[in-house]
Design a protein around this ligand. Structure first.
Ligand SMILES: NC(=O)c1ccc[n+]([C@@H]2O[C@H](COP(=O)([O-])OP(=O)(O)OC[C@H]3O[C@@H](n4cnc5c(N)ncnc54)[C@H](O)[C@@H]3O)[C@@H](O)[C@H]2O)c1
Length: 248
């Protein structure tokens, strides 16, 4: 028996990085996984490699119609959903606030914040139909503290928003047995991180007490735990996984 046997999960931003690692871990632990991403080629390739318990659906998290399609096709294939992992996110350009246009800011917000709202709004009825479920929202250490030289105000703003939205959903839907928690990764070795620093983490290493970056699978361990019944009494909480960075 896997730790997620009998569970149906939707994981967004599944084509690469942490989303890819979460999909692999969830299937390994016995879940049926609906993988979604705007990158159709990468997402389909991963789903094919994971076998019959994985279904890829092309999906822009910022579009409500796409969410409705994901839920309908996902439920038709695997039944009602037990777990939603809102992982898809973008960094936006690395620039100070005065160099950010309204369009730059709205783009990051549409994906990182509105996307999480649309996902929770669309999938909550399915979780409730299942008798309850677990929502895992991927925020960031940038949703815990501001970081000097961090990507930008929009990223920090949206990641703080996700932390607050997580608590509100935990409070609103706790009596329906829906749990909602946020994960706050520090520097994790993914294509997004490589775009923000360099392959080895560059200057970021001096901010990390453990003096290394994490492998995406280390975050998947936490995502599996929060998705599973092992965490049945944990809701409305933030889970930092950052090698000690925010302890400094
Ligand atoms: N890598 C890190 O160090 C780090 C640290 C803290 C938080 N995070 C967060 O973790 C999550 C995953 O990050 P990652 O490093 O794996 O990123 P990544 O850029 O490597 O992968 C993100 C995935 O999301 C997809 N995506 C982008 N926009 C989308 C949209 N509109 N709809 C659907 N899919 C979309 C991309 O195609 C890609 O496959 C993000 O929310 C990110 O903000 C990452």
């Amino acid at each position: 028996m896997g730790r997620l046997s009998g569970k149906v999960a939707i994981i967004t931003g599944a084509a690469q990085g942490m989303g890819e690692a979460h999909c692999k871990a969830f299937v390994k632990e016995g879940a049926k996984v609906i993988l979604t991403d705007i990158n159709a080629e990468g997402g389909q390739k991963l789903a094919d490699s994971l076998g019959e318990n994985a279904l890829f659906i092309h999906h822009d998290v910022a579009k409500e119609a796409d969410w409705i399609k994901v839920l309908a096709e996902g439920e038709a294939r695997f039944g009602t959903v037990n777990v939603l992992v809102n992982n898809a996110g973008v960094l936006g350009k690395i620039a100070p606030t005065t160099e950010f246009s309204e369009a730059d800011y709205r783009w990051v917000t549409d994906i990182n914040q509105i996307g999480v709202f649309l996902g929770m709004k669309t999938v909550l009825p399915s979780l409730i139909k299942s008798g309850g479920g677990s929502i895992v929202n991927i925020s960031s250490v940038a949703g815990i503290v501001a970081i000097y030289g961090a990507p930008n105000l929009a990223y920090v703003g949206t990641k703080f928003a996700v932390r607050g939205m997580t608590k509100q959903i935990a409070v609103e839907y706790g009596d329906k047995n829906v749990r909602c928690n946020s994960i706050h990764p520090g520097y994790i070795r993914t294509p997004m991180m490589a775009a923000a620093t360099d392959e080895d983490g560059g200057d970021a290493l001096s901010m990390i007490p453990l003096r290394r970056l994490a492998d995406p699978s280390e975050v998947s361990n936490l995502a599996v735990f929060l998705a599973s019944d092992e965490s049945a009494f944990i809701s409305g909480t933030e889970h930092v996984i950052d090698g000690g960075m925010t302890a400094l």
